[in-house]
Design a protein around this ligand. Structure first.
Ligand code: NOJ
Length: 714
């Protein structure tokens, strides 16, 4: 009798796991995400409270906010019904991987532990306080399975920038599934960057290569670390993680991250969004949307968060939010993929900064109807906050004290999460400001003939009369979709108005109220609202989401076109079609879906890569002199290198020059391909100096990492 080898059995199991996961992955635009600090949510397993290998890091009295308090993966699993009842469809958990085991005293001598999960020691095992003292995957697997049974996705916080503190505790020690690899003081193979802490947060080199808060900074260009981190993210996918919040992406090597995204998407359908802390006035704002647009990794929407704070937390004017949205929507190619939030674990909760329950509810109503994928920070639905020392870290990582399903916020989230499923304008629609003053914001979302109109009055005392409002809603009477939960009123659009903008009858919007009016139409043909991922090589599995796709069979068969070339279809339903990227030339495409009756959809932009990506460090020595604001860039003959582009947005860069006149940058380029490239200087005034001579060439390895160094040719 033939027997399977253990490796074959493992591969089979992996395939089954991925298949189970894949059905739930993709189209995150329809999700409502709930962010949990695992340690603070619910203690579902007392046996892991004080595990032997890290004994003493648990504080049962809950007095020391920097020790573990007992919450775990089992606790999240036990509260799935509560979350599902609120309409939550995805849960973002703290980094679940094995963290530092040694207590580190803080400046006042009081003990601290990595209850938050950001001080990893082994990315291939589960933290004993969250799972079990064997650091096994049992609790994680159980959670993902239970979540999937409830139609809920699991998003893992993945922190590839660093391990743990380099100058105390375990000195940054890194393990590979239990095997010691290195620590900061014993690093013969260069697994860490050995640089000072970041001093200048506007310096691109320091951000990526210096150290964040003394956390041992991983050298992602090292082939062992590159392979390790990619194996770790794939292992999480194999165990059912549906998506990733990538920690501190501004501090990881940006060019390397393109290959991380590519590796994760190539392994299984997923969704990645990164934490890039910024505001609109940040000098690196342009770098952030270039990164999101080209890497295919979406971002947490920090600029909008800042505006929400000012408007709902302070006395700010709604124009602040409106301007932020206009600027971001012009820069980000896929604004509906941005991940939006009003609170998180790094900032004082809105309720700690001058807001009140009314304002918090209004901000949540805004978040759940604005463009982007909303995240609810755990406990906001219970109006949880602790204002000690302003309510910042760690007082924003509160213990969850109640699971009341009758609060106004819980009911509001439930109602608007349902609308996200029933009216495609929220997930896929455009965003238009319709009426605004300092206290009132009326905006509309529209996707073909699905429309949602939202009116918010955040004033404590002033009712406002709204005259001259226009809407895309067809003539009719519209009750408040929230059933007056936040004091909303009804709306009338008189008959007899043609065109896309109908005048609305004047009405009064009471102080502290939110009204939502909506109409969902039918789709006469295929209407696509989402493509995910939006960047990838031939063979990669991609999903189109929307509606009116039909069954795919009929007089003809449904097809997906890249120009004249049809893609191989993997699955087809009325609202979702999965396909493999066809073997077409790399470059920018408008993907179109054709249903079985030959009706074509609206086009969706997609960038076809030349191949799977491998990170390569490009160095050019003795580049021409630069003045403030001038930078050296890399350009070349593949889409990954910008197809010989010579602008900030098309070329690769700005390159980094810790030792001018030598510049370097990591770029992820197609595996196994011989690339041609050159360097150029883009001056602050936009003028371009191209390198002379013939093109440089380099053959990229089939896997691993690479490097190439040349002299500037005059
Ligand atoms: C950002 C995380 O959100 C924060 O909580 C953490 O301490 C740092 N990154 C470092 O991982």
């Amino acid at each position: 009798m033939l027997r399977n080898t253990p490796q074959q059995v493992a591969r089979l199991l992996l395939a089954v796991l991925i298949a189970a996961t894949a059905s739930l992955a993709q189209d995150f635009k329809k999700q409502v995400i709930y962010q949990i600090v695992t340690d603070r949510f619910f203690d579902g397993d007392k046996a892991n409270d004080n595990p032997p290998q890290s004994a003493g890091m648990f504080d049962p009295t809950k007095n020391n906010w920097r020790l573990y308090w007992g919450g775990d993966l089992a606790g999240i699993e036990q509260k799935l019904a509560y979350l599902k009842g609120m309409g939550i469809t995805a849960i973002w958990i703290s980094p679940p991987v094995d963290n530092l085991n040694v207590i580190i005293p803080d400046r006042s001598g009081s003990p601290t532990a990595p209850y938050h999960g950001y001080h990893a020691r082994d990315f291939k095992r589960i933290e004993e306080h969250f799972g079990d003292s064997g650091n096994s995957w049992t609790a994680f697997d159980s959670l993902t399975r239970a979540a999937h049974r409830n139609g809920i996705k699991i998003i893992v916080d993945f922190a590839p920038n660093h391990t743990n503190t380099r100058n105390a505790g375990e000195f940054g020690a890194l393990y590979d599934d239990g095997k010691f690899l290195a620590d900061y003081n014993h690093d013969p193979n260069g697994f860490f960057h050995h640089n000072p802490n970041i001093g200048d947060y506007n310096d691109r080199y320091q951000l990526q290569y210096n150290t964040l808060f003394d956390l041992a900074d991983l050298n992602q260009e090292n082939p062992t670390i590159d392979a390790y981190l990619k194996a770790a993210i794939k292992q999480l996918e194999a165990h059912g993680a549906d998506g990733f919040r990538v920690d501190a992406v501004k501090h990881v090597t940006w060019g390397w991250e393109y290959s991380l995204v590519n590796a994760a998407y190539t392994y299984a359908p997923t969704f990645l969004f990164g934490e890039w802390m910024e505001s609109l006035s940040d000098p690196l704002f342009h770098d952030s949307y270039k990164f999101a647009n080209r890497s295919g990794m979406s971002l947490l929407d920090y600029p909008l968060y800042g505006a929400i704070r000012e408007v709902f937390g302070g006395g700010g004017d709604f124009s602040k939010i409106d301007q932020t949205l206009s600027v971001e929507n012009a820069g980000f190619a896929r604004p509906n993929d941005l991940v939006t939030f009003v609170d998180n674990h790094d900032q004082p909760r809105l309720l700690s900064v001058g807001s009140d329950d009314n304002r918090l509810n209004e901000s949540l109503a805004f978040l759940l109807t604005c463009r982007g994928i909303p995240v609810i920070y755990y406990g906001d639905e219970q109006h949880l906050h602790n204002d000690t020392r302003g309510g910042g870290d760690p007082y924003d990582r509160n213990p969850m004290t109640s699971f009341d399903t009758t609060t106004t916020a819980y009911r509001l989230i439930k109602q608007l999460a349902a609308l996200r499923q029933s009216n495609d304008a929220l997930a896929y629609g455009g965003f238009h400001e319709r009426w605004m003053n300092q206290d009132v914001y009326v905006f509309e979302r529209q996707f073909f003939n699905d429309t949602v109109l939202v009116a918010i009055n955040k004033s404590n005392s002033s009712d406002y009369r709204i005259d001259g409002l226009l809407t895309a809603l067809p003539a009719g009477n519209y009750p408040d979709y929230l059933n007056r939960l936040l004091g909303g009123v009804a709306l009338t659009v008189p008959s007899g108005n043609g065109g896309g903008s109908h005048p609305v009858s004047s009405f009064t919007l009471p102080a502290h109220s939110v009204a939502v009016w909506q109409a969902a139409g039918s789709a006469p043909g295929p209407q696509v609202g989402s493509i995910g991922p939006a960047v990838g090589q031939p063979g990669l599995r991609v999903t189109l989401a929307g509606r009116g796709f039909g069954s795919g069979v009929g007089p003809g068969f449904g097809k997906v076109f890249f120009g004249p070339t049809a893609a191989a279809i993997v699955s087809w339903s009325d609202s979702s079609v999965a396909f493999a990227v066809p073997r077409v030339l790399s470059g920018a495409y408008s993907v179109e879906l054709m249903d079985s009756r030959h009706s074509r959809s609206n086009p969706m932009p997609f960038t076809v890569l030349t191949g799977e990506l491998v990170p390569v460090t490009f160095t050019v020595n003795n580049a021409p002199q630069t003045r403030a604001g001038d930078y050296i860039f890399l350009t070349g003959d593949t889409v990954e290198l910008g197809n010989w582009g010579t602008t900030f947005d098309t070329a690769v860069g700005p390159m980094l020059a810790p030792h001018e006149p030598n510049w370097f940058i990591v770029a992820s380029v197609p595996a196994g391909v011989t690339i041609r490239f050159k360097f150029l200087r883009i001056a602050a005034d936009g003028s371009v100096t191209r390198e002379g001579g013939s093109d440089h060439t380099y053959t990229v390895l089939a896997s691993g990492t690479g490097s190439v160094s040349v002299d500037w040719q005059h």
